[in-house]
Design a protein around this ligand. Structure first.
Ligand SMILES: [Zn+2]
Length: 323
């Protein structure tokens, strides 16, 4: 029984973590109850997310940085993948040009993977009108200078610009709730801190054979830090889910599909040969998406209960690249 084994292993991880920090390992009934609650909300597809978020010491994926360019793929009528097998980069087509979301590790890689991917998909990179970055970690933001040097506007949250040496100008700084209009397409930037202090999630419409859906591309869902960071993540997720209910949010993209939603990564790899009429893996439906968000919140509440006992932090000194 995989699911049963998973629950046990997560509880064991948590107990081991409490032990390591000198807290009473066997007695955190509040955390245990929340972990069980989250486990019951975790449909099989999101077990990897449960495992990572319901533990204070889940390993950061060592495979990060060891992937390679994925075959560029059309995921929706207006949305494409131009990233790597271990970290995402995405392309949104509008009536007035292209929007790139996330820039991979370096300017060279932005050119070699994202720009080459855009050409392979049949688009002209000269049509890129805007670049949005989810958060300031190198694997997502390191390529930003390539676009900036071409005169393309690059936007990111203010605190995370600090991780990159500062914003080029005030217009490059995102505000919570800001609506970015490119041609016929509106993209809403939602402040969802936790993974980094300046992480943003983007909401935008995608079309599946002409039918409109609403998508969220989150910027790293695993909080890294102590109790206030986790409280901030919960507030950000509440905000996102509430906005999502208002706009019918039913599609989810994650910055590292391979680690956080392996079925999503498989769908990207399979997309070039996807047969017309087969279901689109990324359309979760509103209820499943809300349930996924609530599962994460429940895991983070469990972490808070554990951190209260240990006075610890999550994600420091992990020794692996930060995804
Ligand atoms: Zn990250």
């Amino acid at each position: 029984m995989k699911r049963r084994g998973l629950a046990c292993s997560a509880v064991a991880l948590l107990a081991a973590s409490a032990l390591a920090s000198g807290a009473a390992a066997a007695s955190n009934p509040e955390a245990d109850a929340l972990i069980k609650q989250a486990f019951n909300m975790a449909e099989p597809r999101f077990e990897p997310a449960f495992e990572r978020n319901c533990s204070t010491d889940a390993p950061f994926p060592l495979a990060n940085g060891r992937g390679g360019p994925a075959v560029p793929a059309k995921l929706f009528d207006n949305f494409y993948y131009v990233g790597r097998t271990d970290v995402g980069a995405w392309l949104l087509k509008t009536s007035d040009g292209l929007v790139v979301i996330d820039t991979l590790y370096t300017p060279e890689e932005a050119e070699k993977t994202i720009i080459a991917g855009i050409r392979k998909l049949g688009f002209d990179p000269a049509q890129i009108k805007l670049v949005l970055i989810t958060h300031g970690h190198t694997d997502h933001a390191g390529g930003w200078k390539y676009f900036n040097q071409k005169g393309i506007k690059v936007m990111l949250g203010e605190v995370d610009w600090g991780l990159l040496g500062g914003a080029p100008g005030p217009d490059n700084i995102l505000r919570d709730g800001q609506v970015l209009k490119v041609g016929d397409t509106s993209i809403t930037a939602v402040f969802t801190p936790g993974h980094t202090p300046g992480t943003f999630t983007y909401l935008f419409p995608v079309f599946e054979r002409g039918q409109k859906h609403m998508a969220a591309l989150t910027g790293g869902v695993g909080p890294r830090g102590g109790i206030p960071v986790h409280q901030g993540s919960i507030a950000g997720m509440e905000h996102l889910l509430e906005l999502g209910r208002g706009v019918g949010l039913d599609v989810l993209f994650l910055p590292h599909e391979a680690f956080e939603d392996p079925m999503g990564m498989q769908a990207i790899l399979d997309a070039p040969t996807r047969k017309p009429g087969t279901p689109n893996t990324f359309i979760l439906g509103q209820d499943r998406l809300q349930n996924y968000g609530r599962m994460l919140e429940t895991c983070w509440k469990a972490r808070i209960a554990l951190l209260q006992a240990s006075r610890g932090e999550v994600g420091r000194g992990a020794g692996a690249p930060a995804p």
